[in-house]
Design a protein around this ligand. Structure first.
Ligand SMILES: C[S@@+](CC[C@H](N)C(=O)[O-])C[C@H]1O[C@@H](n2cnc3c(N)ncnc32)[C@H](O)[C@@H]1O
Length: 335
């Protein structure tokens, strides 16, 4: 079902690869576990969804958070880059009728998407960053080191660069920088050199090829899978996640009504830093610099901080959902 012209637009022009394989799964099984939403109670307390309110869920995923907003009576605009996530959420949340709109798009373009829907302002917004458990666990998407799949890692088939493109064509220096910056991987340089050696003999096509290439320099005694950081770094680079986050924060902030709460859940220190600085820079009424004779009014002042420290999941939630361990929730109210 098309909620508007934007939804599923790119199904017609998908590239070959993992996304075409998904076409075979016409019937998405609704009883299949998709993704357990994180910090739900805290997000609900902050956003206070209610009848008459419009909430923007910029990372719809399996629709877990959106379902709660809808149950509370709000109208929800759910965005996702991934057509498969949209298809699942549409089925799951179809019972809410016109109160729910699923739109394919990048939250970095939230303002334009809201324009297209004729919505000027929203009463709350959520970003729950990264990938869903479903995306991570599906070998066809290439996000997982646990099973063999194509080295894809794109959240959207519209993305022009895959993980295979990066590992086969980026310079050794560029790869090392990706692993160091996005993965905080101490063996970044060694790993990049292993990839460069491997691809001289044959291109890396699958997640297994990547593991074979870098295996000898990974710390196999570590608690987490030793390739976790490498895979995460490639995913962040392929999807330009930090660039989208910076643009998305600006774009969404421009559409918040008075009193609207903007909540962001991040899982990576670089993401959390971007969110922290964004809210901090806009929640100071006055700014001062040593070279100024007196403090000046901050032209960006537009938020009241709701979290001076990030909210984290409690032990009970982490036991239920280990992915919640690294989640950090920050929020601010628009003035
Ligand atoms: C962690 S999941 C969200 C889970 C969701 N809150 C739930 O309860 O099911 C993140 C989702 O955001 C999507 N996503 C990530 N970056 C995005 C972006 N820049 N624009 C739109 N969607 C994005 C991913 O495709 C994924 O489906």
């Amino acid at each position: 079902m098309l909620m508007n012209g934007l939804v599923f637009k790119n199904r017609e022009n998908q590239k070959e690869g993992a996304f075409n394989a998904m076409e075979k799964d016409e019937e998405l099984k609704m009883d299949t576990f998709y993704h357990l939403p994180i910090l739900v109670r805290q997000v609900m307390d902050m956003l206070s969804p209610a009848p008459g309110k419009v909430i923007l869920d910029g990372t719809l995923g399996g629709g877990g958070h959106s379902e709660q907003f809808l149950e509370a009576g709000a109208r929800v605009i759910g965005l996702d880059r991934d057509p498969e996530a949209l298809a699942y959420a549409e089925k799951r949340l179809g019972r809410f009728g016109s109160r729910f709109s699923a739109v394919e798009g990048n939250f970095a373009d939230a303002a334009r998407i809201l324009d297209d829907l004729g919505i000027q302002k929203v009463d709350g917004a959520l970003l729950d960053l990264g990938v869903s458990s479903h995306q991570l666990d599906d070998p066809r998407r290439g996000f997982s080191f646990r099973e063999t799949g194509p080295l894809d890692m794109r959240m959207s088939a519209k993305g022009t660069c895959t993980a295979a493109d990066l590992v086969n064509h980026a310079s050794t220096q560029e790869l090392a920088e990706i692993f160091l910056k996005y993965g905080e991987e101490p063996r970044a340089s060694q790993i990049a050199h292993r990839i460069a050696e491997y691809r001289c003999k044959a291109p890396l096509k699958t997640t297994e090829d990547l593991l074979t290439a870098i295996g000898p320099v990974l710390p196999w005694h570590s608690v987490r899978h030793p390739a976790t950081k490498v895979f995460m770094a490639l995913r962040i680079a392929v999807n330009q996640e930090l660039e989208s986050l910076s643009r998305g924060l600006e774009s969404i902030a421009s559409r918040l009504g008075t009193g609207a709460v903007f909540a962001v859940i991040s899982f990576h220190s670089l993401e959390d830093r971007i969110v922290k600085n964004f809210f901090r820079d806009r929640s100071r009424e006055w700014v001062d610099r040593p070279e100024w004779p007196a403090p000046r009014r901050n032209p960006e002042f537009s938020f009241r901080l709701l979290t001076t420290r990030p909210v984290e999941a409690d032990e009970e939630e982490v036991n239920l959902n280990p992915r919640a361990r690294s989640a950090k929730l920050r929020a601010a109210a628009h003035l």
